[in-house]
Design a protein around this ligand. Structure first.
Ligand SMILES: [Zn+2]
Length: 610
C-alpha cells in the first residue's frame, strides 16, 4: 500500500512516518516565505463518521483481495453491546479493527491527492497543508467539500493556522481558524521549536514522572525498578527527544535528578556522582539501564532526523526548503563529542549508532573515576555478560523470579559498588567491611550450602523440563577419591555420552581475585578450570561441564553455551523461544537472592530482652 498512500499519507505502512512528518513540517515552517501559511485541520470524530459505502468502494478499487472480507465486516450495521444496552455501529471502521487505519487512510486518499499545496501531510485523520494563502484556502475548501461527502466534518474551532506576524488573512474560512505563532507550532504531539510549547510539554512530563515516582514507592522494589526503567523514565519522553529540539532544555537535568532520587528511594541506596553515572549505563555495560535523558536527547534527535531524511525529501519535494537548522546545529556538537563522522545510511536511522559512542565515553569516565580495587572489581563483574539478567526478569513469584526489597538493595549495591552495611564482626569472628565482602565468602555461612543446592536445582530442573532425566549427586562414576559431581544426565547428552556437571559459586570481589583478574568473568573461568581439573579423572565415557558462577552473575563461557543449548531444547518442547533467557534470569535471580541471605547471616542478632 505504501506506493499508493505515501508520502502524503504517513499513518499506515510508512516506517518512521510520524517522525518524518514532524521534521518535514519543521523544515517547511523554518523556510516558509512571508506570503505562505500552514494549516492543521481537525475533523470531528473522523474515524466514527467515515461513510462505510465509501470505505468499501475504496477497498474494491485498491485492495480487491480483501474486499470480500471487508464486505462481510462492514456492508451491514453491527450491534455493539454495553451491559443491557446495544447500539448500532453503522459508520467508520470498527474500533480495534487492525486494518481500521488502512481503511480510513485509503478512503480519504483521493481527498489528499486532490490537494495542490506544496506541503500536504496526512497522518490518519490529521491533515497539514502549507502553501500560498489562496492555494491553501482553495485546498481547505476542497477538503471541506470532499470530506463532507464522505461523512467528515471539519471542526473549525480546533483547526490551527500558522503564519508570519505581518501576514493578513483574508479568506473567511481561514479567518475562523485559531491563528498561532510559528514558534508555537506542534505536530503529532511534538512541539516543533524551542519555546513555550516545548516548555509545556516538558513540564507535563516532569509532573508525570514526579507522580509516577511517588506511586512507585507503594510497590515492591523489583516491580518499581522494572516499571521505572521500561516505562516511566527515558521511554516516556522518547518521542519528545526524537522529534522536538530538546537537547539543551533545562528540563532534561531536572528529569535526571528525579530519576536519580527515584533509584535511591526504590533501592534504598545512596548513589555518588560516579555510581549515578554507572546506573545510567545500559545493563550490558554494567548499569541499571535507567538512561539519563540528558545523554540521550542528542543521539535521539539526530537519529530520528537523519533516519527520516529521505522521507522528508519526498514529503517536501514540491516545497522550496532549507535543511533543518536544529540538525545542522546539533550534528557538529555530536561530531565534536565523539571525534568522528556520523553513521552513514542505513545505520543513520538507528539510535544505538548515535548513542553508543556516548555510552562508551561515559563508561570510560566511570572506570577512570574508580579509585579502589573493590570498585574496579565490582564494575568489571557488573559489566560481564549475564550479570544484569536479574534486572531484566519480570518479578513473577510462580517462576521463582521475585526478589525481596532487601535483595534488590543488595544486588544494586553490589553492582554499583555502593556500601552494603555498617562494618561489623561476622558471627565467625571475622571483620565484615562496609561492602559486605566477607559475608559473601564466609566459610561458616549455612546459606552457601543452600545456595549451591538452589542453583543445582535450577539446572537439574531445566534438564528434566527438556525431557532429559537426571540424577543428582550420582554415585558409581568410578572417579578416584569417590568424588561425586552435582548431577548426571541419565540419557546421552552429546556423541552418545551422558553429561556430568558440577556447580560452584565464587565471589569476584574476594581479596584473592580483585587485583589479579582484570577482565569480566575471569574469576568464573578460573573456578571452572579448577573444577575441570578436579574431575579430570572422570572416565571418557562421560562428558563433564563445570558450571561456575560469580555471585554478581557472570557465568563461565562453556556453561553459558550449555545453558543456552538447554534453553533451546526446552523451547522446542514449550514453543516459547525465550526459554534460554528465562533460564539465565532464574539463575541470576537465585544468585542475587542468596547474596542478601548471606549478608543477613553475617550479623549476630542480639536479643533485645537480654
Ligand atoms: Zn564469617
Amino acid at each position: 500500500m505504501v506506493p499508493v498512500l505515501g508520502p502524503r499519507q504517513l499513518g499506515v505502512g510508512v516506517a518512521g512516518g510520524c517522525e518524518g512528518a514532524i521534521h518535514a513540517a519543521r523544515c517547511y515552517l523554518e523556510s516558509m516565505p512571508e506570503d505562505h501559511i500552514m494549516v492543521k485541520l481537525d475533523f470531528s470524530n473522523a474515524f466514527n463518521c467515515l461513510h462505510r459505502h465509501d470505505m468499501l468502494l475504496s477497498v474494491q478499487r485498491n485492495l480487491p483481495d480483501i474486499y470480500a472480507y471487508c464486505y462481510a465486516a462492514y456492508a451491514h450495521p453491527t450491534q455493539l453491546f454495553h451491559g443491557q444496552y446495544s447500539i448500532m455501529s453503522e459508520e467508520g471502521p470498527q474500533q480495534g479493527d487492525p486494518i481500521g487505519p488502512l481503511l480510513f487512510s485509503m478512503t480519504i486518499e483521493p481527498l489528499l491527492t486532490s490537494l495542490t499545496s506544496c506541503l500536504t501531510l496526512g497522518y490518519l485523520d490529521d491533515l497539514t497543508i502549507g502553501d500560498r494563502q489562496h492555494t491553501v484556502a482553495a485546498d481547505v475548501q476542497r477538503v471541506k467539500e470532499i470530506g463532507e461527502n464522505m461523512g467528515l466534518t471539519l471542526n473549525v474551532g480546533k483547526c490551527e493556522l500558522f503564519c508570519h506576524p505581518n501576514t493578513s488573512i483574508t479568506d473567511p474560512l481561514l479567518l475562523s481558524f485559531t491563528r498561532r505563532n510559528l514558534k508555537d507550532a506542534s505536530l503529532l504531539g511534538a512541539p516543533l521549536f524551542i519555546g513555550p510549547e516545548l516548555d509545556d510539554a516538558w513540564s507535563t512530563r516532569l509532573a508525570d514522572l514526579r507522580r509516577a515516582v511517588e506511586r512507585l514507592s507503594l510497590l515492591g522494589a523489583q516491580d518499581a525498578l522494572v516499571l521505572l526503567r521500561a516505562s516511566f523514565s527515558a521511554p516516556r519522553v522518547q518521542h519528545l527527544m526524537r522529534c522536538s529540539p530538546s537537547v539543551d532544555h533545562p528540563a532534561l537535568s531536572e528529569f535526571d535528578r528525579i530519576l536519580r532520587s527515584a533509584i535511591c528511594k526504590i533501592t534504598n541506596c545512596d548513589l555518588s556522582e560516579n555510581q549515578w553515572l554507572q546506573a545510567g549505563l545500559p545493563i550490558r555495560d554494567g548499569g541499571l539501564g535507567i538512561r539519563r535523558v540528558s545523554s540521550l536527547a542528542l543521539p535521539a534527535f539526530l537519529a530520528s532526523a537523519a533516519g527520516s531524511l529521505s522521507l522528508q525529501d519526498a514529503i517536501l519535494a514540491q516545497a522550496d526548503t532549507k535543511p533543518d537548522s536544529y540538525f545542522a546545529l546539533y550534528l557538529p556538537r555530536w561530531e565534536a563529542a565523539v571525534g568522528g563522522p556520523p553513521p552513514d545510511r542505513p545505520l543513520s536511522g538507528k539510535q544505538s549508532f548515535w548513542d553508543r559512542p556516548g555510552v562508551l565515553s561515559d563508561k570510560a569516565t566511570v572506570e577512570s573515576n574508580l579509585s579502589t580495587e573493590h570498585g574496579k572489581a565490582s564494575f568489571l563483574a557488573a559489566s560481564a555478560p549475564h550479570s544484569g539478567d536479574w534486572l531484566l526478569s519480570l518479578p513473577i513469584t510462580a517462576c521463582g523470579l521475585r526478589l525481596e526489597d532487601d535483595a534488590v538493595r543488595t544486588a544494586v549495591a553490589l553492582r554499583l559498588g555502593v556500601s552494603l552495611c555498617v562494618p561489623h564482626i561476622c558471627h565467625c569472628g571475622a571483620q565484615v567491611d562496609a561492602f559486605g565482602v566477607h559475608s559473601l565468602i564466609c566459610k561458616h555461612a549455612a546459606g552457601r550450602i543452600s545456595r549451591h543446592q538452589a542453583i543445582n536445582d535450577v539446572i537439574a530442573r531445566a534438564f528434566v523440563t527438556a525431557d532429559i532425566p537426571v540424577s543428582k549427586e550420582p554415585t558409581g562414576l568410578s572417579i578416584k577419591d569417590n568424588k561425586r559431581p552435582d548431577g548426571l544426565t541419565l540419557l546421552p547428552w552429546r556423541e552418545g555420552k551422558p553429561l556430568a556437571w558440577d556447580v560452584t559459586v565464587i565471589c569476584p570481589l574476594a581479596q584473592s581475585y580483585v587485583t589479579k583478574y582484570p577482565t569480566p568473568g575471569a574469576a568464573a573461568e578460573l573456578a571452572a578450570s579448577r573444577k575441570s581439573d578436579k574431575y579430570a579423572n572422570l572416565p571418557n565415557s562421560y562428558l563433564f561441564e563445570p558450571i561456575a558462577l560469580e555471585n554478581l552473575g557472570a557465568i563461565n563461557e562453556s556453561a553459558t553455551s550449555l545453558i543456552s543449548e538447554l534453553g533451546r531444547k526446552i523451547s522446542v518442547k514449550s514453543n516459547d523461544s525465550r526459554e534460554s533467557i528465562f533460564l539465565f534470569q532464574r539463575l541470576s535471580v537465585t544468585l542475587q537472592r542468596f547474596n542478601s541471605i548471606l549478608l543477613r547471616e553475617s550479623f549476630v542478632v542480639e536479643d533485645p530482652n537480654k
